[in-house]
Design a binder for this molecule. Sequence first.
Ligand SMILES: [Zn+2]
Length: 323
Amino acid sequence: MPELPEVETYRRYFNRHALRKTIRAVNITDSKNFPGMAASDIERRLMGGQFVATARRGKYLIAYLEASTSQIADPFLGRRSKFGVGRDPVGKPEIESLELHAWELDHEPNDLVESKACIAIHFGMNGYLCFTKSDRRVPAHSRTAFLFQDGSLLHYINPRRFGGIWWVAELEKFDRVKNLGPDALSGINSSRLLQRILGRSGQAIKQGLMNQKLLAGIGNLYADEILFQSSIHPCRRPASLKPEEWDKVFDKMKSILRQAVQLGSKMERYPATFLLPHRWGDRKCPRCRAALRTLSQGQRTAYYCPFCQRRRRRPFHNDDNVV
Ligand SMILES: [Zn+2]
């Protein structure tokens, strides 16, 4: 499931390909993509407008919209084929991959945006974005495509149909409805704050890290990575963590998320000292080479090292499995 680094990568991809381009048409092939709103209504609201800035709320990509007066004068409107365009104005079809360069982290851009209207995109289990220069080739599982004035398109790919796109009139209201906690990368500035947020949870530390209502952006994979690098067993109770352990979780959370974003969230680029590449590789701890173990927690599988992440006082969890 795309987590904070992946969504941040998609946000930058969105910025490269979709900002300040007039939306000529919106092709919605799956009406369930827009929960609570008819496809025709979404089209009417978006056509003729432009995405002017983006932000991220945990695992949600936010794209701000500025209505445009060019809609009436747009000569292409009304000449619609499957993507609302009569012919390909660009030429060679090309689907650009999600290959991304090393990115520098930048700041959330949106204090200056006047318009509050936006869309919020959630990528579900395995969704992503795909930019194409024309409509000659439509990527598989494209559920919604934004067609721009220059003939290029941004596809929302969502093979398993989880997630979706929400029309958001006011972001504050959206935050309240989704009940999201502070963003794990940009919304937490001290280990004390992290402790205050997760410490009051009765859940195990890993489940607390993954609870979007407490802390937005972290899922199963990065929670495992943060706890591995912090040498903390996933079943530890937050109340049992010492101040120095909270410091470590905070530092590792920040550094892992930042590094993952800088590496374009491509796992094959992650350092060999990370747990993540070994999860699908040799299944050995990169630090002590012991066989990794798994356990079930809240219907998710945790990977951990039984020697580097000891569970204090009690022996290993009953569900532990050597993998
Ligand atoms: Zn180990």
